[in-house]
Design a protein around this ligand. Sequence first.
Ligand code: S3P
Length: 166
Amino acid sequence: MHNIYLIGFMGAGKSTIGKRLSEYMNRPFIDLDETIERGVGSSISEIFAEQGESCFRDMETAYLRDVSESHDQVVATGGGIIERPENSEIISNTGQSVFLKLGWKDLIARLEQSEHRPLASMKDGWASTKRLFDRRQPLYAMADHVVDAQNLTIDEIVEIIVNRVA
Ligand code: S3P
């Protein structure tokens, strides 16, 4: 299906890079979280608060499966997409995955600015978010392409991805 799936932790820039990449490659852009929010009619925070994370994960897999049936798209996924082996299987069967890799310090600086992420919480001094970050690194690293996004501009990252997926 030749889709390009951007994966990585919250704050890595998957949506921003994905949008620019899709314009550059002249492909449709899908933001999976936004697609879920539109489809369900609630924000991700509302889904987490009212229905719980496991229900959100079920929706995420269902929407990913649906999106994966179309071709040649750039898809920005949510940071937890690698939580379910089933999702990784859908991704590897329908395209290539690109891990946008950023260090904890850079990510946390961005997450401090955002308020809409239920799993990015400073309540415990970011301890649980850091544990999530550490646990997920080996899962993200299984991507087809790992792009070290540290100290690079959006356009530089896009250029690297275009060359890798060619
Ligand atoms: C999540 C990341 C979020 C969103 C949800 C869960 C996660 O997406 O899917 O809040 O488990 O890391 P972003 O990575 O776009 O913030």
